[in-house]
Design a protein around this ligand. Sequence first.
Ligand SMILES: Cc1cc2nc3c(=O)[nH]c(=O)nc-3n(C[C@H](O)[C@H](O)[C@H](O)COP(=O)(O)OP(=O)(O)OC[C@H]3O[C@@H](n4cnc5c(N)ncnc54)[C@H](O)[C@@H]3O)c2cc1C
Length: 418
Amino acid sequence: MNHGSVERVTTVVVGAGHAGLAASHFLSDRSIDHVVLERGEVANSWRHERWDSLRLLTPNWQSRLPGLRYEGQDPDGYMTMGEVTEFIERFAAVSRAPVRTGANVTSVRRTDDGYQVTSSRGEIRCRTVVIASGACNRPSVPLFHSAVPDSVEQLTPFDYRDPAKLPDGGVMVVGASATGVQLAAELRQSGRPVTLAVGEHVRLPRVYRGRDVLWWMDASGVWDQRYDQLDDLTRARRLPSPQLVGTHERATLDLNTLTSAGVELVGRWAAVRDGRALFSGGLRNMFTLADLKMARLLGTFDEWASENGRDGEVDPPERFAATRVPTSTRLQLDLRSGEIRAIVWATGFRPDYGWLAVPVVDAKGQLLHEGGVVDSPGLYALGLPVLRKRRSSFICGIEDDAREVIDHLARYLAGGSA
Ligand SMILES: Cc1cc2nc3c(=O)[nH]c(=O)nc-3n(C[C@H](O)[C@H](O)[C@H](O)COP(=O)(O)OP(=O)(O)OC[C@H]3O[C@@H](n4cnc5c(N)ncnc54)[C@H](O)[C@@H]3O)c2cc1C
């Protein structure tokens, strides 16, 4: 094969979301020549893979990227998808990231001296690659979805845009993390009967002692806990997103809010048999566990505030009512009866490394890495849950991660013991 015409750069970054752009920022800082390959446009996921009403659940003041801070009039508000797209576009422009849009990476393979990256815009040889292609490329849907009768429409958060696009009638939302509770609330508000299948979840109040609960995560240092200091990293990386929504009212959106609005709660959806959805029992235990974990976290915040002399700045400690257990819960539901016309699978997301021809992905489809250093020389990752800290997959978590990962990459290029 003639490699004479193959382009060479030192580093290829895959993906122009905030993570890939942050990598680019630090590569430029260190004068490492690179390109950022993006299959769509800058901030593609926020443009095309989210529903219409979504706002960030992190407050505006927390939208910070290397060299770029939120400077608008509403630091305590929550960005719409248009606003977050603009924010990330501004970051790309300010940091003059060398982004090639419309460049879908179809393979990355090892060579003698680095990697060969093939994309829809040609081939590149490079010494190092930063994988910043996102942790949420595909909705994760249980296999038994294929046993759901055809008369029921099935959607994922990637297809869902607004309630009007769903057929009239009852909706089953599956999953009670951030996406599930937000969509259940929106669908209920549109006047539909909504049933919510609840599995393991993380309950949080929107505001605690007068401050956004994510202010507490930030200030108390909980979000800064490092990946190598956590007792159970695997579990921390799989933790569902907290039940939070970004609204003007800074309202809490927990299961009590949903039951008050008329949403019916059922247990975790476990199987489909003869056209019937079968749900686990044990809602009470699941609620008790989520309430307990929330109380424990709030207790950590209280301790931090008193130990650091911050009690005067915030309201007195509060405790919240336990999650109400319905008097009776259904254990099954006939999907052929017409009661449920649509199902929204809010059962999480997963990455897609179908293009990665390097054996660094485990049987569950997760990348094998140590704080973003992938188990193949010169290969790095950014933007994954608890990559280096608890805050890693949030916008406000990328700056430290990207700096440290690019430091490692620079040492590797310099031939030092990375
Ligand atoms: C529903 C939802 C709500 C969220 N809300 C918040 C929030 O409120 N606050 C917060 O801080 N975080 C939030 N996050 C988490 C996180 O900030 C986002 O997931 C964010 O998009 C991750 O940024 P990223 O750069 O790692 O990945 P992405 O933004 O997904 O960027 C990856 C890029 O890689 C591109 N790509 C993928 N594969 C290829 C390929 N083969 N070739 C070329 N390009 C490729 C994609 O097109 C995409 O543009 C949310 C996530 C989700 C899913």
